[in-house]
Design a binder for this molecule. Structure first.
Ligand SMILES: O=C(O)[C@@H](CO)OP(=O)(O)O
Length: 245
């Protein structure tokens, strides 16, 4: 049995375009992001990949991206499950801050440690501050973080992966996960068994479906999966890596 999984990072958001740390701040897609999302749907259709169930985060950039892509693919009707456990990494006190300014103020090393190290979280966000989510009703009763490193993301994501996504995969359904740069990096790390060091060099582009076929142990048949537009993915990956420069 081959299991089929599609990972889709949301299209460009308003804050991606402005180069701001976003995390759990619920910003919309930019116009370019809307187009990227629709193109994601076209790429699915052209590749003959047909998602049968959707999992998204609770953030509108992922939800809107999935809706737009699935609408184009005429699959807007498939069942959906949502969880904060698929949210972007919580960026703590960096949420709402300009990436270039933070890089200039703290230096490249600290900037990259906060942005891409596996286990060093940024400083926590202050409860009640402008970009904090502590009173947001969608998270009521949930053990939500005040900052996260990628290791924290993987730890909060894995229960959802094991309890909700794996059973859907094992039922034979093609599963679409619409989420975020860092929550998808966590899934890719888990699937491809990438080391804590090597994961810092992995970036996920916006709006380009990453298709995996998995064996009976849920190990990727093609390591790293396949971007449905490999050329566009290569350029977009470089752009993500260079943010803040
Ligand atoms: O700001 C963020 O939330 C993320 C994704 O856009 O940024 P980065 O790629 O720097 O981790």
């Amino acid at each position: 049995m081959v299991y089929k999984l599609v990972l889709l990072r949301h299209g460009e958001s308003d804050w991606n375009a402005k180069n701001l740390f976003t995390g759990w701040v619920d910003v919309p897609l930019s116009e370019k992001g809307v187009e990227e999302a629709k193109r994601g749907g076209t790429l699915l259709t052209e590749a003959g990949v047909t998602p049968e169930i959707l999992h998204t985060s609770l953030l509108r950039r992922a939800i809107s991206t999935a809706n737009l892509a699935l609408d184009v693919a005429d699959l807007h009707w498939i069942p959906v499950k949502r969880s904060w456990r698929l949210n972007e990494r919580h960026y703590g006190a960096l949420q709402g801050k300009d990436k270039k300014q933070i890089r200039d103020e703290y230096g490249e090393e600290q900037f990259m440690q906060w942005r891409r190290s596996y286990d060093v979280p940024p400083p926590p966000i202050e409860a009640g501050s402008e970009f904090s989510q502590d009173t947001d009703p969608r998270y009521a009763g949930e053990p939500i973080p005040a900052t996260e490193c990628l290791k924290d993301v993987l730890e909060r994501l894995l229960p959802y992966w094991d309890e909700e996504i794996v059973p859907d995969l094992k039922s034979g359904k093609t599963v679409l996960v619409a989420a975020h740069g860092n929550s998808l990096r966590a899934i890719v790390k888990h699937l491809d068994n990438i080391s804590d060091e090597k994961i810092s060099g992995l970036n996920i582009p916006t709006g380009i479906p990453l298709y995996y076929e998995l064996d009976e142990n849920l190990a990727p048949i093609t390591p790293g999966g396949t971007y449905l537009d490999p050329e566009a993915a290569e350029a977009a990956i470089a752009a993500v890596a260079n943010q803040g420069k």
